[in-house]
Design a protein around this ligand. Structure first.
Ligand code: HEM
Length: 183
């Protein structure tokens, strides 16, 4: 199953902020829709100013048993009614990252950057879903999606700031930060 994000004129999410963080941006759109689809080719693009990005929810690569246990202990579902804020942050890492071995990447991701250890405290306030895109030949390697209630907006900013200051983020060569709101 593919998850397709489409930026355009319509969609369940109204875009409130559209910020290029690093590298080339995407064209800002007023709305965003999320579609789960059996085919990557859909939906058809209605206008030249819109864009689509696809990814697949996949298995864990780096988390170890104890971390998985901690993650599972604070389940935060996507689609909670109170979570009216969302963020889509597409990320591409550099060739240098992908040339590392799995063990070397784990070392940077967790032992040095504490990606999981320092993010766990934001659960379950921030619901998250990671989509992998790299093997689909997409422009980004990852599509990261977050949903939270307006009351947790400051915490989300803090989380994003913390991660962007890590060694892991030195390998990020393209990142766009799209924030949304729904009724
Ligand atoms: C991957 C946890 C917030 C970007 C992951 C993984 C976990 C995780 C468990 C997967 C590790 C694996 O494959 O075994 C969390 C938690 C967060 C959080 C608990 C807070 C609620 C964020 C934020 C961003 C982000 C805010 C973006 C700004 C990523 C990326 C990956 C990832 C790009 C893929 C890394 C790779 O495979 O190279 N995160 N994360 N995460 N996360 Fe987070």
């Amino acid at each position: 199953m593919f998850t397709v994000f489409r930026g355009g004129r319509s969609g369940a999410w109204r875009v409130t902020r559209f910020a290029p963080v690093k590298g080339a941006s995407l064209s800002p759109t007023p709305a965003l829709s999320v579609v789960h689809s059996l085919t990557i080719a859909l939906p058809i693009m209605p206008s030249p100013t819109s864009w689509r990005l696809a990814g697949v929810a996949s298995h864990l690569r780096y988390a170890e048993r104890a971390e998985k246990k901690q993650l599972d202990a604070s389940p935060a579902e996507i689609g909670r009614p109170e979570a009216t804020y969302a963020a889509l942050i597409p990320i591409k890492k550099s060739a240098a990252w992908w040339e590392l071995t799995q063990e070397e990447r784990r070392q940077i991701f967790e032992d040095k950057s504490h990606h999981i250890a320092s993010s766990l405290k934001y659960l379950p306030a921030i619901a998250r879903q990671l989509y992998h895109s790299r093997d689909l030949g997409e422009p980004f390697d990852f599509l990261t999606w977050f949903e939270y209630a307006p009351a947790h907006a400051d915490e989300f900013e803090e989380l994003v700031r913390t991660l962007r200051a890590t060694e892991e983020w030195r390998y990020v060569e393209r990142e766009v930060d799209i924030r949304m709101e729904r009724e």
